[in-house]
Design a protein around this ligand. Structure first.
Ligand code: T1G
Length: 699
């Protein structure tokens, strides 16, 4: 029974019960429609309560249905249910306890009254999956709460909590106590007061007259241009709400316009890509280990630099006390002052609640003494990338921590097994590779060592999820998943430079593709000197350095470290991050290209730049699947979307390749292989997928 029915006197209770989240799939929609119509016809029913029997109120349309070839039949659609609610002459009260998201919020808006419990919240997150509210959400929301609030909810997709919902008129009553009982009491109160059905669709509500909200719409479009570059549905959302204003006295006309735009979003590859990311993120977080995960009670972080400080913040934000160790008091204080500043910035921006910065700082215990770490049950080492140093730290932690405590390294490419061998607890050792800034970036690569136990992996996944991160499993292999793929991408970008394409053209093509910035702007941001100093420290001979490394070394030898000192591959005016071309760099590229024997030609066009830089990601991703370093193509997509800025509305490198057609991608890779040699040898897994006429396959 996905709709449970009961009566309290004249009040009919309809409880949605379709675990886990009351997604409005056919098995919930059909009985819901039947019971609403039955209640509407039943003279003994004076009012209807719409409740939930699962953790959320209703998570909206069943996203899994979108992959189906055609839309649900009109009679059983969510729109039809909302029409049935509109036709119901008795007051229907939505008792929102938990998330009313997307179609769930639209269902609540089609009710006559909305009562919300303390844990109730509303959101229109369709924009996050490339859609728009397609069950009259763009028509009812602005009528109920005005154009400005409606635009914000539709475009940012963020939840509105219970009190705020009552404040802006989204909900009529904040319920105290047990939601069903409080909901029944509210229904009786309404009946006692002679309340009748009231339909948002019956009039203009808070809609302004045409032209009155022009500035609000213009502001929304400016925000879209700034923050949602490349995405299609945001503009369509604005058009739908503009249409609501234009059709303020004709709800049906506005609804028809919404329907037209909704269907075009459904057919847009962007919604398929974003739905893919939605499910891929959850599949990745389910992780590799089915073992029971113990809850971490106390953390430890070794190193309070950029990464260590950010990781310590993650423990504190998750409410886990954490001890942070540094070699000296001065380094410790410097690191903690950065942590405090970041917490204060988060509180100011609303990422942390009021008082959150102080509460989090109170959970961080600084120390320079290993003995202070003894009670930690999960330690993360986050010092600079030197294997010998890390092995020493692992040995010291092994002596200090209680048996069973887990030791993880934040290394981005060093060998986890070597670190494990430095301890007597190799089963409790693994990698947790966070991405900078660690307190903001959601990706964590969880690296399973050869001897890591399933319980250790499960505990790391549970900890990452508790930190609101997206954990992705990786085997212990140089560069794990993301950095292994990044290497091929950066190599190819530099090759384009030496062949005659200016850095500005490469960066522009990839920014237009949807990356937040191109490879050379990124290199300047990270700092050219980091790699240069590491190579100098390691004494890497010049003839073993990649062509791109030769160029960045030459730039560093001229004091050009990147944004940090105003000159790198580009110049930067003081205080500016806008890259400016420098003829000196162009000359250096030409000179080095000649020295290294490149045949220079005309600049590559944008579509070749994209293929040359994106297809190494696909080829390397295929190799990672083949080698068992990554467990699923969808995991690889999550790594690259959440860790490297690949546009989510393209679904990630592997999904993007499937949308291009793997046969076409392989044909291009074979051509590059002919032109550029071994580095473009097609990965076997890709060749097999094309031969079998299938995609990369899910997990
Ligand atoms: N459809 C299908 N499956 C869904 C789903 C949905 N809408 N929401 C969640 N799931 C699955 C999810 O994949 C996971 O599955 C399980 O439920 C638990 O989810 C016409 C067209 C509601 C805040 O975008 O934001 O309505 O991994 O781990 O952390 O205008 O789920 O267990 O196999 O996320 O408690 C708009 C998406 C749809 C909401 C609960 N709605 N969901 O979070 O659980 S489009 C959304 C969420 C639409 C209409 C349009 C969250 C949540 P598995 P979970 P949670």
């Amino acid at each position: 029974m996905t709709v449970r029915i009961s009566d309290r006197g004249p009040v009919r209770l309809l409880e949605m019960h379709s675990p886990p989240v009351n997604a409005l799939g056919a098995k919930l929609r059909a009985p819901l429609m039947d019971e609403i119509q039955a209640a509407s016809r039943d003279d003994a029913v004076g009012a209807v309560l719409l409740l939930s029997g699962v953790k959320t109120w209703c998570a909206g349309a069943d996203i899994k249905e979108f992959g189906l070839s055609e839309l649900p039949a009109p009679d059983a659609s969510l729109n039809a249910i909302c029409d049935a609610l509109d036709a119901c002459r008795k007051p229907v009260i939505a008792v929102v306890d938990g998330a009313a998201y997307g179609g769930g919020m639209e269902l609540a808006l089609a009710c006559d009254y909305r009562a919300v419990s303390g844990r109730g919240r509303f959101a229109l997150p369709e924009v996050n999956i490339g859609l728009l509210p397609g069950a009259a959400g763009t028509q009812r929301t602005p009528r109920l709460i005005g154009v400005e609030h409606a635009l914000q909810m539709c475009l940012d997709g963020k939840p509105v909590g219970a009190s705020r919902a009552v404040e802006i008129g989204l909900a009529d009553r904040l319920l105290e106590g047990e939601p069903t009982e409080a909901g029944c009491a509210y229904a009786q109160e309404l009946l006692g007061a002679g309340a009748v059905a009231r339909k948002i669709s019956s009039g203009p509500g808070k809609l302004p007259r045409p032209g009155e909200a022009a500035e609000v719409f213009a502001g929304a479009r400016q925000m879209i241009a700034r923050k949602m570059r490349g995405r299609h549905s945001p503009e369509l959302i604005v058009q739908c709400i503009e249409q609501a204003v234009a059709c303020r006295d004709d709800f049906a006309a506005g609804l028809a316009e919404e329907r037209r735009r909704f269907v075009s979003c459904l057919k847009d590859p962007q919604s398929k890509a974003l739905s893919h990311v939605f499910f891929a993120e959850r599949a990745a977080a389910r992780g590799a280990s089915r073992a029971a995960a113990r809850a971490v009670k106390r953390g430890a972080v070794i190193g309070c630099g950029t990464m260590g400080g950010g990781i310590a913040m993650n423990f504190a934000i998750a409410g886990i006390p954490v001890t942070v160790l540094e070699t000296g008091q001065e380094a410790l204080e410097r690191g903690l002052s950065v942590v405090r500043r970041n917490f204060e910035r988060s509180e100011k921006s609303g990422r942390l609640p009021p008082g959150g910065a102080e509460r989090c700082m109170g959970l961080i215990m600084p120390t320079t003494d290993y003995g202070a770490l003894a009670r930690a049950d999960f330690a993360v080492e986050a010092v600079y990338e030197n294997l010998d140093l890390k092995k020493k730290i692992f040995a010291a932690l092994d002596e200090t921590l209680a048996p069973g405590a887990i030791i993880a390294s934040n290394t981005s490419y060093l060998d986890i097994d070597s670190m494990a061998e430095a301890t007597n607890r190799p089963g409790q050792v693994l990698g947790m590779h966070f991405f900078s800034p660690a307190n903001i970036m959601r990706l964590v690569e969880v690296i399973e060592g050869r001897r890591s136990t399933p319980e250790t992996v499960a505990c790391a996944f549970a900890l990452a999820s508790r930190m609101k991160k997206v954990p992705v499993w990786s085997a212990n292999s140089n560069g794990f998943i993301g950095n292994r793929m990044l290497a091929g991408y950066m190599y190819e970008a530099f090759e384009l430079l030496f062949e005659g394409t200016p850095p500005e053209s490469v960066d522009a093509a990839l920014r237009d593709f949807g990356l937040p910035m191109g490879p050379f702007q990124l290199a300047d941001l990270v700092g050219l000197d980091l790699g240069w100093r590491a190579r100098e420290l390691a004494g890497k001979p010049a003839d073993e350095r990649k062509p791109g490394e030769r160029l960045t070394d030459a730039l560093c030898e001229r004091g050009r470290f990147g944004q940090k000192n105003g000159h790198g591959i580009y110049n930067y005016s003081p205080g500016s991050r806008i890259p400016e071309s420098d003829p000196e760099v162009a000359g250096l590229i030409e000179e080095l290209a000649r020295e290294l024997g490149y045949r220079r030609g005309p600049p590559a066009k944008a579509d070749e730049i994209v293929k040359r830089c994106m297809y190494p990601l696909v080829n390397t991703g295929s190799a990672l699947l083949e080698e068992g370093v990554a467990r699923a193509a969808s995991d690889i997509d999550i790594v690259y979307v959440y860790g490297y800025g690949f546009p989510a509305w393209r679904g990630g490198p592997m999904h993007y390749a499937e949308q291009q057609g793997l046969d076409a991608v392989l044909a291009d890779i074979r051509e590059f292989h002919d032109r550029f040699g071994a580095r473009w040898a097609p990965a076997q897994r890709l060749v097999e997928a094309v031969a079998a006429g299938r995609g990369f396959g899910s997990r």
